[in-house]
Every structure is written in structure tokens, then in C-alpha cells.
Design a binder for this molecule. Structure first.
Ligand SMILES: Cc1ncc(COP(=O)(O)O)c(C=O)c1O
Length: 382
């Protein structure tokens, strides 16, 4: 008997053996264009030389030591993140995954104002640990032990429902994705985020901006919530932060004060994780990747909107959802197996583009050509 894997992931029959920039290769040498970025994780391109070198150099010095000693790389990372994100007066707490970032943000909010009731939104996804899954709108992944009546799910972008919920409850925090990812690429309107800000100010509640997927420059601003021109109290981030190295964090407004032991983690902020995160920010800054995400993203959106048979194109920067009618449900599979292009998906039938932030127009055009062919081909059959 050989130990088996716990079978929780439906897999594509592909083994990736090599990756570079916007491309990956399988174990038979077949090349694929990667517009999925391993689920929005690859922010600066696969095996970026600066990233590889920084991690390699760090590994030769020290890979890990716990948060019981000074780790100057954490201080360097906080300073760099403050600068690139434009929130230099915020404080950084480092952890390991998006769920953990949200978990810590929600705990911190509750420590801050002593309250329990959280507002989350329909179609939200915030992760799979106990609080993160409790604010996720998917009963299939909420175990009985995670069920709580501390969470109110409100309709997305509904200012009246939000005002009413604040008036009727002692609200601790609001958690919202700037652009819902798993939910199908739904943009939080600027007016709605501004309303969250003003209600949180009025009631001394905490505005938590889940930037795990839509953050780190993907939307054409550092945090997608920045488009609304108001600050959140806590930003949570992961995915693109380490370009594949598991590193996550929360950026915390100055009004929230730290106390020893209120948060903690063994692995969070280790030397290797910081080196990976620093390499990512250095490349984002030096290569103007936020600007590139905006430009190539705008180009893709404009071109996609010209194509027939599509219900709707939604998104900002390089976080794009293409909402297709049910009869075109084969497009995603055909892009992968016929055209060798990885894309993401959201239910029921949305193609999600989440490529590295340095993809070029040439790569965008490769996708557009293949996508157009598939639309036409499948639309004729349907
Ligand atoms: C918006 C959002 N928040 C949180 C998470 C959870 O992140 P992780 O899978 O790293 O725990 C995800 C993952 O897809 C996400 O999209």
C-alpha cells in the first residue's frame, strides 16, 4: 500500500516541469501561455532572475529563524511595502496565507473595539480557516463547527442595506474584496467603499480590505480599494506578495495599537519569505508593473468588449472576468487543451484572467486571437 493524496482537487491532466516569465512547460516539453498565474499568485513572472537570485542568496545565509529575534529583513519589507503601497504610516504583521491574513485582520478588529458582529457580502470568498470561512458566502465549505451568527451577509454594493445593518447592530468590522475574485469578478463601487469608510468612522468599526487576490498592483493601483480614494483600516494580502513563495501580511492603520502576543505565528515573516516579498516589490517598482497592469489590462478589456457572444466583460487592470453564456462553457477547456493557454474560472461560466503583471501586448494578442477563434467556432456549433 502506498499513501495516497487526500483527493480534494479536481485536476487537469498536466504536469508542469518548467516555467519562465508568462510561460510554463509540461513534462513532455509542451509550452503554455499562463494567463492564470497559478491563481493570481505569479505577480512578476515565473522564475524572475532577480527573484531567483535574491532567494538563492538568502538561502545561503539564513533561511529561517523564529520571531524571537530581530529580523531586519522584516523592517526592510515593511518600509518598502509602505512606500510602494503609499501607506507609510501603516504597520505590517506577517503571516503565511490569505486565509490567515483575514483571520488575523478579523481578530484584530475585534480586539480593537471589543465587538463581534462582522459584515460580509454575498458571493464573498475570504479563505478556509474558521473566521475566514465564516465570512465566506459558500455553505459547502463551512463545517458545522465554523457556523456562527456573528456574520451578516449583505448584498454587494447596496448602500441602504449597509446603513440599516449598522443602525441595527453593534458592528465590529466590514470585510470586503475590492474586486470579488471567486465570486466572478465583481467590482466594489467607489461610492460603496466610501460609504463603508464613513459608516466605519461614524460607528468606530473597522474597515478590512481583502486584497489577497485584487491587491499587489493587479488592478492598476496597489490595492484595488484605492480606486475609491479612501483608506481602509486593515489591508490583507497574500497571493502576488511572494510570487509563489507562501508569504502573506496585513497592513494596519496607525490608530490600531499592538500588544505583545495579541497576534503571532511560527513561520510568518521568516527570512526566506521576506527575501521573496522584497524581490517582488523591487521588481514591481523598478519595472513599473502597476502601470503595465493598467495599460495591458485596459487594452485587453477594450478588445474583449468588441467581441461577439459575450454576456459581459468586467474587471480592472489584470483582473478580468469574461462572462460567457452557458452554451459556450467549453471555451476555457479548449483554450487550455487546444490553444495551450491557462486561464482561471468562476462559477457559473466566467473566464478569469489573472496573469503576471508584466505580460506584454504580444501575449495579450496571442490570447485574444485564440479566444476569438474559440468563440466563433463554438458559437457556430451552438
Ligand atoms: C479574496 C481572497 N481572500 C482570501 C483568499 C484565501 O487565500 P489562501 O488560499 O492563501 O488562504 C483567497 C484565495 O483565493 C481570495 O481570493
Amino acid at each position: 500500500m502506498r499513501m495516497k493524496l487526500f483527493d480534494v482537487y479536481p485536476l487537469n491532466d498536466i504536469t508542469i516541469a518548467k516555467a519562465k516569465g508568462a510561460y510554463v512547460w509540461d513534462d513532455a516539453g509542451q509550452q503554455y501561455l499562463d494567463l492564470y498565474g497559478g491563481h493570481a499568485v505569479i505577480s512578476i513572472g515565473h522564475t524572475h532572475p532577480h527573484y531567483v537570485k535574491r532567494l538563492e542568496d538568502q538561502l545561503h545565509r539564513v533561511g529561517f529563524y523564529s520571531n524571537s529575534v530581530k529580523i531586519p529583513l522584516q523592517v526592510e519589507l515593511a518600509a518598502k511595502l509602505g512606500k510602494v503601497s503609499g501607506k507609510e504610516d501603516y504597520q505590517l504583521f506577517l503571516c503565511n496565507s490569505g486565509a490567515e491574513a483575514n483571520e488575523n485582520a478579523l481578530k484584530l478588529a475585534s480586539f480593537y473595539n471589543g465587538r463581534k458582529k462582522i459584515i460580509a457580502f454575498k458571493k464573498a470568498f475570504h479563505g478556509r480557516t474558521s473566521l475566514a470561512v465564516a465570512v465566506t458566502d459558500n455553505p459547502n465549505i463551512v463545517a458545522p463547527v465554523n457556523q456562527t451568527d456573528n456574520v451578516l451577509f449583505l448584498p454587494f454594493n447596496d448602500e441602504v442595506a449597509l446603513e440599516q445593518a449598522f443602525a441595527a447592530n453593534d458592528i465590529c468590522a466590514v470585510i470586503i474584496e475590492g474586486i470579488q475574485g471567486v465570486g466572478g469578478i465583481n467590482i466594489a463601487s467607489n461610492a460603496f467603499l466610501q460609504k463603508i469608510r464613513s459608516l466605519c468612522d461614524h460607528y468606530n468599526a473597522v474597515y478590512i480590505a481583502d486584497s489577497v487576490q485584487c491587491g499587489y498592483g493587479r488592478s492598476g493601483k496597489f490595492y484595488a480599494h484605492d480606486h475609491a480614494g479612501v483608506n481602509a483600516d486593515i489591508y490583507t494580502m497574500a497571493k502576488g506578495m511572494g510570487n509563489g513563495f507562501p508569504v502573506a501580511g496585513i497592513s494596519i492603520a496607525p490608530k490600531i495599537h499592538a500588544k505583545y502576543f495579541m497576534l503571532g505565528t511560527t513561520f510568518g515573516g521568516n527570512h526566506l519569505a521576506c527575501a521573496a516579498a522584497l524581490a517582488v516589490l523591487e521588481v514591481i517598482e523598478q519595472d513599473g508593473l502597476i502601470e503595465n497592469a493598467k495599460n495591458v489590462g485596459n487594452y485587453l478589456m477594450e478588445e474583449l468588449k468588441k467581441l461577439p457572444h459575450i454576456n459581459e466583460v468586467r474587471g480592472r487592470g489584470l483582473m478580468i472576468g469574461i462572462d460567457l453564456p452557458q452554451e459556450l462553457s467549453m471555451v476555457k477547456k479548449n483554450l487550455l487543451f487546444k490553444h495551450k493557454i491557462f486561464t482561471g474560472e468562476a462559477k457559473p461560466n466566467v473566464i478569469r484572467l489573472l496573469p503576471a503583471l508584466n505580460i506584454t501586448r504580444v501575449e495579450a494578442d496571442l490570447f485574444l486571437t485564440a479566444f476569438q477563434q474559440e468563440l466563433e467556432h463554438l458559437a457556430v456549433k451552438a
